[in-house]
Design a protein around this ligand. Sequence first.
Ligand SMILES: C[S@@+](CC[C@H](N)C(=O)[O-])C[C@H]1O[C@@H](n2cnc3c(N)ncnc32)[C@H](O)[C@@H]1O
Length: 221
Amino acid sequence: LKLSLVLAESALELVPEEVASSPDVASDSRRRGKKAREILLDRSFHQGAMATLEEGMKRGRPDLVHVALLSVTSTPLYLEGLVDVYVHTSRDIVIRLKPKTRLTKSYVRFRGLAEQVLAERPNGGLLSVSQGSLRGLLRSVRPDWVCGLSTQGKQSSFERVGMDLSGRKNPCVVVGGFPQGHFAQDTLKAFDALLRVHPMPLDAHVVVSRVIYEVEKHLND
Ligand SMILES: C[S@@+](CC[C@H](N)C(=O)[O-])C[C@H]1O[C@@H](n2cnc3c(N)ncnc32)[C@H](O)[C@@H]1O
């Protein structure tokens, strides 16, 4: 089994042009001694700017992406090299983690790393970055099953999804890397199934770690 895990439409991006000169971005940029366009868009610091952005509710939460990535990259399945992790962002950038890469637990260091790779877009190394849609990513990964998870999906459970994923060779599970809202239509088209794994809406970091745990249970079946 090789599981691909995608955090899709993730709220991770550099400050976009439209809000680069807004007052809260400008003061954050001065405080950090970095150009506005080279810092991560972050709702905690750029609240005024966020209000004017298209789809603003889904953006500017790099902390949430960090926590979800830590959740995945600390699991036994990932540490054994059986999970390929991708972060697809709301701006259609794809970051691929080299298998078994451990991420820093410090948010400040993660922020610096994310800012560096989003600006330099390295092609290779621990984090490689390319421009592309979720569907483009899936065309290159070529999974034998793509399972999107959403509260709007068909009622299922962590157990069932874990079982279905582990019964395949090269499955892909897609979890939203955003704080609120739902997948875009174009994202939904990429899924073979859209499933709800719990009656409650949960944070992405809980969803990814539980799905992986359920897959681990079936590893030696
Ligand atoms: C914080 S949620 C996004 C917000 C959204 N309110 C929702 O209900 O899906 C982050 C991601 O976790 C996954 N998720 C959260 N709760 C879920 C559930 N009960 N069933 C399936 N997926 C879930 C989805 O992939 C979602 O995009």
